[in-house]
Design a protein around this ligand. Structure first.
Ligand SMILES: [Zn+2]
Ligand SMILES: [Zn+2]
Ligand SMILES: [Zn+2]
Length: 204
C-alpha cells in the first residue's frame, strides 16, 4: 500500500462553529509542525514536534476552551488517524489523519456538537472512532428514509444517545430503547443491511 503524502488536520472552530481542515505533508509536520488557523481569524490550532512527540494545542469547538495534547509521532503520522478528546466533555474535538476520515469525523462532530448544545449531553470517547462515525452516518441515512426510524408504540420521535461502543435510540414517547452496536465491523455490517429500524415499544 502506498503511503499518502498528505495528512489532514481538522477541528471545529469554537468561535464561528465551522469545521476547519488543512492539509500538511508528513515532512512538513515532522520538520516544523503546523499552524492551522480558521478562516474567521479567531482561532488557530498549533502543532509542535520535538523530535519524539507532537504537542497539539486545540481550540475546542465542544467546550470553547483550549486543550493541550501530546501524541506519539507514529500515531499522528501513520494509520487512519487519531481523534483528540476534550477533557471537559470527553468528546473528540480534533482529528489528524487520512483526509476522508478527518472530513467524515468533523462533519459528524459538527452534528453532534449541535445536537449536544440542544440536549446538554456529552458522550464519552469511542471504542473505535472510525466504526462509530460509519455507524452514525448509516443511522443518518436510515433516519432520512420515510419511517426510517420508528417505535413499536407508533411514535417516530426519538433521540440518539451516543455511548463509547454503541448508539442508543430512545423513543421520546414511551421511553423504549434500542441499542445499536458501534464498535466492530460486524456491528456496521448488521446495520448496513437494515432499510429501517424499529425500537421495540415498551409494554403496559
Ligand atoms: Zn472560526
Ligand atoms: Zn473542550
Ligand atoms: Zn415508543
Amino acid at each position: 500500500m502506498v503511503r499518502e503524502e498528505m495528512r489532514a488536520v481538522g477541528y471545529l472552530c469554537p468561535r464561528c462553529k465551522k469545521p476547519v481542515i488543512a492539509r500538511r505533508s508528513r515532512f512538513a509536520l515532522a520538520a516544523s509542525g503546523a499552524n492551522v488557523p480558521c478562516a474567521c481569524g479567531k482561532s488557530e490550532l498549533q502543532i509542535d514536534f520535538d523530535g519524539e512527540k507532537f504537542r497539539v494545542s486545540v481550540p475546542c469547538g465542544v467546550c470553547g476552551g483550549e486543550h493541550l495534547a501530546e501524541c506519539g509521532a507514529d500515531r499522528l503520522l501513520d494509520g487512519e488517524g487519531i481523534g483528540l478528546a476534550c477533557p471537559e466533555t470527553s468528546e473528540l474535538c480534533c482529528f489528524i489523519g487520512e483526509e476522508y476520515a478527518v472530513e467524515r469525523a468533523l462533519a459528524q462532530l459538527q452534528i453532534t456538537a449541535e445536537k449536544q448544545s440542544a440536549q446538554g449531553e456529552s458522550p464519552a470517547a469511542f471504542t473505535d472512532t472510525v466504526i462509530m462515525y460509519e455507524v452514525l452516518s448509516e443511522l443518518k441515512e436510515i433516519a432520512a428514509r420515510p419511517h426510517g426510524i420508528s417505535c413499536a408504540c407508533g411514535s417516530e420521535r426519538y433521540r440518539m444517545q451516543v455511548r463509547p461502543a454503541a448508539v442508543d435510540l430512545v423513543c421520546e414517547d414511551c421511553g423504549a430503547k434500542m441499542r445499536i452496536g458501534a464498535a466492530t465491523d460486524e456491528d456496521l455490517d448488521r446495520l448496513c443491511c437494515r432499510m429501517t429500524l424499529q425500537i421495540p415499544g415498551r409494554r403496559g
